[in-house]
Design a protein around this ligand. Structure first.
Ligand SMILES: Nc1nc2c(ncn2[C@@H]2O[C@H](COP(=O)(O)OP(=O)(O)OP(=O)(O)O)[C@@H](O)[C@H]2O)c(=O)[nH]1
Ligand SMILES: [Mg+2]
Length: 301
């Protein structure tokens, strides 16, 4: 009998959850950045092979929610935690342990089912420094396995996969084995544009930016797709940063995004970006609902 089930990754922002999901899939489904709070939804990645089907849930990092957007992000993380057949807590070993970690550990401890602790970013620490970390988590008695890895360079990720397959229940595949994810192209494209915004801007901007696809036109004749997207910000000053001097910044974002999208969509892309001030969008229930609606599509399995 083949294996089938869900594996959820949770942890603090920036622990490397999205990097790990992409690594295990061998494809980029989730966007990644060096800024915390990159992932805003529960993202699905599907791994199907001769052993069965593993459905990954990548989640927003657990943090103190200061806006409605962040409360929504946490809800996605909690839902994914409750839906997990195997729950993985990711910890960045290059960071000191703090009160946030204790909170996450407590949450994970309350979940049912097998739990795995993943110590990520081992490429950033010396081996002897890892041992007390491992001992600390072993003492909690919460984890079936503790696996040190580097999601970035792939170290020990095969061993992690073996552990996950072992813990997964038996069953029929949930999704068509051909599928890599269930998210619509439109959402994945908006995310990739947001990734370029995160890459090229700094400070508070990443937290207060969202990308909305306004229009999408497939021009079969010319073999290209025209995408019109808005970058939402909260204040006039932020818009100035996004646009940049003489429009340089938004141009750079647009160029980087277009190159990425052409590879992703395997088509020529005409991309037009606008910056728009939408005061307090992170508190705007209707707008957040719109952003959320584009994330999942119902698929027949
Ligand atoms: N050195 C090193 N960096 C890593 C590793 N894994 C991830 N990173 C980096 O850590 C940063 C955060 O990675 P993400 O995958 O976006 O982290 P996340 O946990 O998904 O973050 P949120 O979505 O904000 O919760 C990025 O700059 C990654 O390149 C690793 O194994 N080693
Ligand atoms: Mg992430």
């Amino acid at each position: 009998m083949a294996k089938s089930g869900t594996v959820t990754f949770v942890g603090r922002p920036n622990a490397g959850k999205s990097t790990l999901m992409n690594r295990l899939l061998g494809e980029k489904v989730a966007i990644v950045s060096d800024k915390p709070q990159t992932t805003r939804h529960r993202l699905v990645g599907i791994l199907s092979d001769e052993r069965g089907q593993m459905v990954f849930y990548d989640t927003p990092g657990i943090h103190k929610p200061l806006h409605r957007l962040n409360r929504q992000m946490l809800r996605h993380a909690m839902d994914a935690m409750n839906d997990a057949d195997v729950l993985c807590l990711l910890v960045d070993v290059a960071e000191r342990t703090g009160s946030g970690d204790a909170y996450v550990l407590d949450l994970v401890g309350k979940a049912e089912g097998p739990r795995v602790l993943i110590l990520n970013k081992v490429d950033r620490v010396k081996k002897p420094d890892l041992l007390p970390r491992i001992a600390h988590y072993a003492e909690t008695g919460l984890f079936e396995e503790i696996v040190p890895i580097s999601a970035r360079n792939g170290d020990n990720c095969d061993r992690l996969l073996d552990v996950l397959w072992k813990l997964l229940p038996e069953g029929e595949p949930i999704y068509d084995p051909e599928l890599l994810t269930i998210h619509p192209e439109r959402f994945l494209v908006a995310e990739r544009i947001r990734e370029k915004v995160l890459e090229l801007t700094s400070e508070e901007l990443p937290f207060s930016t969202a990308v909305v696809i306004e229009r999408w036109e497939d021009d079969e004749e010319k073999g290209l797709v025209r995408i019109y997207a808005t970058i939402l910000v909260e204040r006039e000053g932020q818009k100035k940063i996004i646009v940049g001097r003489q429009g340089q910044m938004i141009k750079s974002i647009g160029t980087a995004a277009r190159l990425d999208l052409e590879e992703f969509l395997e088509r020529r892309v005409y991309l037009e970006l606008y910056a728009k001030v939408e005061p307090g969008w992170r508190e705007d229930q209707a707008l957040l609902a719109t952003l959320d609606r584009d994330v999942d599509v119902e698929m027949d399995s």
